[in-house]
Design a protein around this ligand. Structure first.
Ligand SMILES: [Zn+2]
Length: 451
């Protein structure tokens, strides 16, 4: 009996003294929700209580693919029981997030007594719930569509998988993060899903940071849709692999677009809409100097079509003449960074000008007279410089340097790549606008193009 009493006393003592260690958290969260109202807003709501007045609340949002997280301060009335709400409003400039974006969020709460609490990290996903999405996916790619039936989505998916296979086999580039492609089956739906105020001619948008592509492909336009899908997918995969930690990409534009055109086409041949202008330019000796295609593509539609055709042709030539191992090495070299001419010389043994003349010979164009350039002292230019730039002093031959426009200027989680597309032929609608955006970026007009 004595022993039992002693035991009870011990238990009571233990419980009494141990109690503070097991005391309930002074701050308790009674509700913590995320509501997706795509394309109006994303709502983050919190209800919390504490023994003392809650005076500080912050919401941290970390979007997958972004380097930094964003800290938001919601409005709320301080008290021992509070309700806080943060609205990620799509109508605010720079706040657009495409469907498929995922991330984590958590709350940081503090009361007057100095008690602090951080909620568990929760995941969220932006969804366009206006459609009944069908999905086909593997580790590398997820394709979503909702019109055209099984065969339509499968045709796009199969072509994309095939293209990834060629790209991997040729260049050793592998997909590290699954790319998501959303296919909108008509113009109205597409307009309702992309950023409000996007250019009328926009046919697709690519968000390299998030690994997301949004394209308008009507089931009646399947063949174009396959090419457009592969074109944008190639950009995504190459950029994923080649970009620096801040998403900056340094690769001549002719190489970037040439690869996208190459895989969009491979194993077929270049579409007549590009092949014919290219043929004419070869015959009439009106090809653009390759050096000028390292930076901005022309905004004029005929010149843009030729730029795409030429880029394809040069990349095709590199594959045929130097072999795919060299293409793989070249991509690695661009990832390391440096002057384009140095990198080309190190891998292919020729600089831009010499490569251009080899290619011209191969396609049957006249050799181009190229002024000799002092290799010892490459001129450094802070931005894209075109060899035809009339503002340069006579005799100066600029070197096209790394692409500074690719730098991220906004660390906030919301500044997706939005590319207006030029009103030219269908396939160039997807990418041509990139050059327009680049031109604006170079002119400092505030465009951010991170592809
Ligand atoms: Zn492109």
């Amino acid at each position: 009996m004595k022993r039992l009493l002693l035991f009870i006393v011990l238990v009571v003592v233990c419980v009494t003294f141990a109690a503070p260690a097991f005391a309930a958290d002074p701050i308790t969260v009674t509700a913590n929700t995320f509501t997706n109202n795509f394309r109006r807003n994303l709502l983050f709501e919190l209800e919390a209580q504490s023994v003392a007045k809650i005076t500080q609340i912050a919401l941290v949002i970390q979007i997958d693919g972004m380097v930094s997280s964003g800290r938001q301060i919601p409005e709320f009335t301080p008290g021992t029981a509070v309700q806080a709400k943060y609205e990620w409003n799509y109508s605010r400039p720079g706040n657009y997030l495409p469907p498929g974006v995922t991330g984590k969020f958590w709350w940081e709460i503090e009361d007057e007594a100095g008690n602090k609490k951080q909620t568990e990290k929760q995941t969220f996903r932006v969804e366009d719930t206006a459609h009944n999405w069908q999905k086909l996916a593997n580790d590398q790619l997820a394709l979503y569509w909702y019109v055209g039936g099984d065969s339509f989505g499968k045709a796009l998916f199969d072509r994309a998988v095939e293209a990834i296979g060629y790209l991997t086999q040729d260049t050793g580039v592998t997909v590290e993060r699954q790319v998501q492609i959303f296919i909108y089956g008509n113009r109205t739906d597409f307009r309702n899903a992309i950023e409000e105020g996007a250019k009328e001619w926009t046919g697709g948008q690519a968000f390299t940071d998030y690994g997301i592509i949004v394209i308008n492909v009507e089931p009646s336009n399947l063949e174009w849709g396959k090419e457009a899908t592969v074109h944008e997918l190639t950009h995504q995969i190459i950029h994923q692999k080649i970009s620096g930690p801040l998403g900056d990409l340094s690769m001549p534009r002719w190489m970037d677009e040439g690869l996208a055109m190459y895989y969009q086409t491979y194993p077929g041949s270049l579409d007549a809409q590009f092949a014919n202008p290219l043929k004419r330019a070869i015959q009439n000796d009106t090809l653009a100097p390759l050096r000028t295609l390292a930076g901005n593509f022309p905004t004029d539609s005929a010149a843009a079509v030729l730029a795409y055709g030429q880029s394809y042709s040069v990349v095709d030539f590199i594959f045929r003449h130097y072999g795919r191992a060299k293409v793989a090495q070249l991509l690695q070299a661009f990832k390391q960074g440096g002057y384009y001419d140095d990198l080309l010389r190190a891998v292919l043994g020729v600089d831009t000008d010499a490569l251009e003349n080899e290619w011209r010979k191969d396609v049957g164009a006249k050799p181009r007279a190229i002024a000799t350039r002092s290799a010892a002292t490459p001129t450094r230019f802070p931005t894209f410089s075109l060899s035809t730039d009339p503002t340069l002093p006579p005799g100066t031959k600029p070197t096209v340097t790394r692409a500074p426009v690719a730098a991220q200027v906004t660390p906030a989680p919301a500044a997706p790549t939005t590319a207006p597309r030029a009103p030219v032929t269908p396939i160039t609608q997807l990418c041509c606008g990139a050059s327009a955006a680049l031109v604006l970026a170079v002119l400092g007009l505030g465009w951010v193009w991170r592809m």
